[in-house]
Structure formats: structure tokens, C-alpha cells
Design a binder for this molecule. Structure first.
Ligand SMILES: [Zn+2]
Length: 409
């Protein structure tokens, strides 16, 4: 039996079992269509001791992240979010040209570019060499590495400790959670601050966002659980914000446990109490999720079957990781979806993993004038509906599956 990656208790209880799926970023080249594909279980557990919801580490991060297809800068919404964060944190922490900022999993420099523009020294740490190269060519110093306690010691020796450590959508991607958080403790200046953003388990459950479960996401955090993890490594969460990205994320603010200069805010106590009241310290609450997920599958298939029976054509928009969980769990292939499109040229001309749906440039939609556009990255639906408003000219409609199957007129 597997054990909890934080507290080592044996994992006995299923949170949700989504069957088996290939790695969501392993897009298929045309010449690979007849090759065997590796499928791994998407079976999440909840720890009865610390309530960490988690997937076992079936695949090592080296296999997933060393050449990664996700370039953050392809999303306008995400860039705006990064810019707004920079403006806020620079003011709040009074950062300037003598500060040292480190971002873990800095991707293509989508965020650090805004610090560099202000003349604030910043260093990126990014394991995917191809993605790190994109940042370096933008003039953002980037070290190609996985973050760990050992990496932190090296970074500290070579570049000094950090005033601000940033990690957006990385905490959930870390199999060695304890080593990772211990590394931040090492790298942080005595009065430094860590901010991390990750999807909030409370929002995942409330919003039925089961498609955000995929192999790259090893952990799914409530505030109560993430607070325990940081506390075990001598870091106190002194503030928290709920931000809208990725369907509802937490932005936590951590400092050394003995740094009394930053008081713990009321928002910390309030959120902890709200999670407790919602049931996040009781196993039964976690068990309620599975039935909601199954019902969503039934409803989506019902919609697709009805549409096809009435002779309608359906195409996808986007080829995000979450789309692959949805398509594979629901068994949706080209029998329902003719093709999907993505703005990322890295994915164009390839096929979705497992479901083998071709991925084209968004212009394809104007050529084929489908009846329905199923938006797979539902977290960006407003942006996509605005970009693709042209489909209304021929009477087509937008559809999203999460939180529930909805057709937009
Ligand atoms: Zn645990």
C-alpha cells in the first residue's frame, strides 16, 4: 500500500478513481499514431491522517517536465494575472533594485519579465530546458533544475538567499513535497516571504473540477493541509488570498516561524474555520465527490450523443492537460469531436494523448464552421468566447462541461 507523501500514513481511502490515462502533455506525432501508449492510473487517495488528496508518483518528474509543452505566455489571462501580482507584491513588500527574487518553475519567464522590467533582480528555476531557453532569450536569468533542498543550498551559495520566493502552480506538481518545502526554508532570508499559488481543493470539489486531476498534479491541497506541511518545515502561513485562476486557487504567504515582523492575518483564521465547517477535516466529506464526477460523465455523453444524433458537428477548443483527463475518462474520441485547436504551435499537427483527436490552428474553425465548440480549458472560457465570437456568425454555440454541461447561446 502506498503511503502519504507528507505524513507517511498508509493510503487506504479513495478520493476519486478516473481510470487510466496517458500523460496529458505527451501529444502524439502523426508517425506515432500506431505506437503503444503508456497509460497510468488516475486514482486519487485522501490521507486519513493529514487529509492530503494525492496521486501516487507513477511517473517521475524527470519524465514529465524535462521537455514540457506548456508555455505560460500563450494565455493572455495568465499574463494579466502575473502583471497584477507583480504590481501588488512589489508594493506590499517594498521590493527594489537591491532585492533578490527567485521563482520556482519560472516557465518561459511569463512572470519574472515584469520584475526585470522594473529593474528588480530576478532568477528563474525551471526544469524544462526548452522552456527555460525561452526565458533566457527574453533576458531572464534562469537555472535549469528541479527545486529541492540540495538545489536551494546551491542557489543560496551562488546567488544568495531570497527576499521573495514565488511558486505558481508548482507545489501540486512536486512528488517530494517535504524536500521541496524544506528547500524554501533554506533559501529564504530571515525576513523573506514565500508566495505560492495552487488550485484550492475546496474549489475543486465545489466546482466539480475533476479534470484538473492528472499525473502532473501529485497533490491537491486544502488550506488546513498546506498549513500543516509548511508548519512541519518551520514556515508559518501568515496570510492567504483566494484568487480566481485555474478555477479557484489559493495564494499563500509564508515566513519563517520566528519572524514576528509579520502578524498572522484574520484571513488565515477565517479560511481555516470555513474549511472545517465545510467538512475538510472529516473523511466522509471527501467520499462525496465520486458520485458528482460520474454524473458529469453521464451528462456530457448525453449531450454529445444527442448532438450527433441530430447531425451536428462538434469540435474542441484547446488541448490543455485538463482536457485530456476529461476526454479519456469520458471515452470521447473523434466519434464525437472532429478535432480540437490550440494557439500553441508546439501542439498543432499533433494528436491528443489517448483519445487521438487531431489538434489544429484555431483558423481551422472558420474553415469548417462546426455547430458546437466544446471549450476544454473552461477556466479561460470568457477569454475564448471573446476571441472566437465569430462562430456566432454561422449560428454555432459554445459548450463547457465543468462545473456542469452548459451550452451558451
Ligand atoms: Zn498524510
Amino acid at each position: 500500500m502506498a503511503s502519504c507523501r507528507f505524513c507517511q500514513a498508509p493510503l487506504r481511502y479513495t478520493f476519486v478513481d478516473l481510470g487510466s490515462s496517458p500523460l496529458c502533455q505527451s501529444h502524439i506525432e502523426p508517425h506515432q499514431l500506431n505506437d503503444m501508449e503508456c497509460f497510468y492510473p488516475l486514482h486519487t487517495y485522501v490521507c486519513q491522517n493529514c487529509f492530503l488528496v494525492q496521486l501516487e508518483t507513477y511517473v517521475s518528474p524527470a519524465d514529465i517536465f524535462t521537455e514540457y509543452a506548456y508555455f505560460s505566455s500563450y494565455s493572455d489571462t495568465w499574463l494579466q494575472h502575473a502583471k497584477a501580482y507583480t504590481d501588488m507584491i512589489v508594493g506590499r513588500l517594498d521590493l527594489g533594485c537591491t532585492s533578490h527574487i527567485v521563482e520556482i518553475a519560472s516557465n518561459d519567464g511569463y512572470l519574472l519579465q515584469y520584475f526585470v522590467q522594473r529593474g528588480i533582480p530576478a532568477l528563474g528555476v525551471e526544469p524544462a530546458a526548452n522552456v527555460a531557453q525561452a526565458a533566457i532569450s527574453k533576458g531572464i536569468p534562469t537555472v535549469v533544475a528541479f527545486f529541492s533542498e540540495t538545489t536551494a543550498q546551491k542557489l543560496c551559495a551562488e546567488h544568495g538567499p531570497a527576499d521573495l520566493i514565488i511558486g505558481n502552480n508548482v507545489l501540486a506538481h512536486v512528488p517530494e513535497l517535504n524536500d521541496f518545502v524544506a528547500g524554501m526554508k533554506v533559501l529564504l532570508k530571515p525576513h523573506g516571504v514565500v508566495t505560492m499559488e495552487f488550485p484550492h481543493l475546496m474549489r475543486l470539489m465545489a466546482g466539480n473540477q475533476f479534470d484538473t486531476i492528472y499525473h502532473e498534479h501529485f497533490s491537491y491541497f486544502s488550506f488546513i493541509t498546506v498549513e500543516k506541511v509548511f508548519s512541519a518545515h518551520g514556515l508559518t502561513l501568515y496570510d492567504v488570498e483566494e484568487v480566481p485562476t485555474h478555477g479557484g486557487s489559493l495564494r499563500i504567504y509564508a515566513r519563517h516561524v520566528d519572524d514576528a515582523s509579520r502578524a498572522v492575518s484574520d484571513r488565515v483564521t477565517e479560511l481555516r474555520a470555513r474549511e472545517e465547517a465545510a467538512g475538510f477535516t472529516r473523511l466522509e466529506h471527501y467520499f462525496s465527490f465520486t458520485e458528482k464526477v460520474k454524473e458529469t460523465k453521464r451528462r456530457l455523453l448525453e449531450f454529445l450523443i444527442d448532438a450527433k444524433r441530430s447531425g451536428k458537428s462538434i469540435v474542441g477548443y484547446g488541448a490543455p492537460g485538463k482536457g485530456n483527463t476529461l476526454l479519456n475518462y469520458c471515452g470521447i474520441r473523434t466519434d464525437f469531436i472532429d478535432y480540437t485547436v490550440d494557439r500553441n504551435p508546439y501542439k498543432q499537427g499533433k494528436f491528443t494523448p489517448g483519445s487521438h483527436i487531431p489538434i489544429w490552428h484555431p483558423d481551422k474553425i472558420k474553415e469548417t464552421t462546426p455547430d458546437y465548440l466544446l471549450i476544454l480549458p473552461w477556466n479561460l472560457k470568457e477569454e475564448i468566447m471573446a476571441q472566437m465570437a465569430c462562430i456566432r456568425q454561422w449560428g454555432a454555440q459554445f459548450v463547457v462541461a465543468i462545473p456542469e454541461v452548459t451550452v451558451y447561446p
